[in-house]
Design a protein around this ligand. Sequence first.
Ligand SMILES: Nc1nc2c(c(=O)[nH]1)N[C@H]1C(S)=C(S)[C@@H](COP(=O)(O)O)O[C@H]1N2
Ligand SMILES: [Mo]
Length: 404
Amino acid sequence: MPQRRDFLKGLGGATLALAGDALMPRVARAFGGEHDALAAPPLEVLPGKRPLIRRTYRPPNFETPIHYFNEVFTPNDAFFVRYHLANIPRVDSKLWRLRVEGDAVKNVSEFSLETLRRDFERVEIAAVNQCAGNRRGLFEPRAPGVQWGHGAMGNARWSGVRLGDVLRRVGFKNGALEVAFDGADAPLIAKTPDFIKSLPLWKALDEDTIIAFEMNGEPLPHWNGYPARLVVPGWTATYWVKHLVSIRVGLKPYDGFWMSTAYRVPKGAFLATREFSSQTGEANTPVTELVVNSLLTNVKDHDEFLLHRQIEVKGIAWDGGYGIQKVEVSKDDGRSWTPAELGGDHGRYSWRPWSFRFTPLEKGKHVLLAKATNRNGDTQGSKLILNPAGYHHNLVQRVRFKVV
Ligand SMILES: Nc1nc2c(c(=O)[nH]1)N[C@H]1C(S)=C(S)[C@@H](COP(=O)(O)O)O[C@H]1N2
Ligand SMILES: [Mo]
């Protein structure tokens, strides 16, 4: 794809900034270990973004380097980018219209950005946007798809209007079942199915599901859905349709490829408080709620620390919106666990920072484990829940470091 390469300036891995952990008593830092390619991938620039980890050019799939997760909210220009389709138009917000239609709609309507802003209450919510396939690259056996490391996610304050307010304004018929969403992006070749996702009516009407125009107080970046995207707090990012242009309220289950074939998990494999029943088949069901998870953000494999010098390990924890109850850390490979200190609570859909201090008393190799538990008592396991497309990786993380 030579024309694409023209504007993608390559940058070496050495430019990876170590912001946020400059005070760590670390003596050396090296890449390596079992996932070399995941740990030290190429960093490249998409227009308007800082250098991100490039997984594919076309469509653009770029992930956020982990050190950015030391901040509660992920900077817009470092936020990950995921597309299924390669024809991504630059939308002119003056010409942009959102059409609400479908066989279950009472009054087919069109909204401009101005009318949406003027006629509906403005709301803001902090929420984690995480690809269902985040960490797929860590699956063993390997799962097909973009080989993401830990950075196909981000946390932001999203602001816009409630989808439910818009749907109630246009009115919907008895028997309305699902609401389907289409963005302005399109496939390059006719045989690729358009990216259309649907939600059950109850989730579309949830007061936290919004049509967002802003992210962290700024207009959405082009690559994250300008001028408007769906935000579905607690659910995987696949439903967070970008460059939203059409909403269809339907009486029947929407049966496009991205619902009926892709983004599905074996029935019963993962917990979700409420089933997406109109899309549930014999063997599988759509991937919906985020599973409880955590990540160490300022320590990684092969870091070296000094004997007798205190370390402050930092991380984040999140789930599908029930809230983090506790995070525990183990320095003895899981034999004993000590609670970490939870940081500020930015709302149930945001991730929660946490920290843990300790002083290494022995030279040599060490393993650090971190494990989050939510208020439902769901926790992270040490055995992967295998599923064909490699979704919902939430294994307890193990970081190997050395004390010198
Ligand atoms: N229009 C459009 N919206 C989309 C997608 C897409 O391909 N096209 N991909 C979805 C998926 S699978 C993910 S993980 C998120 C990623 O959001 P981001 O690119 O803003 O990080 O966008 C979602 N919304
Ligand atoms: Mo995704």
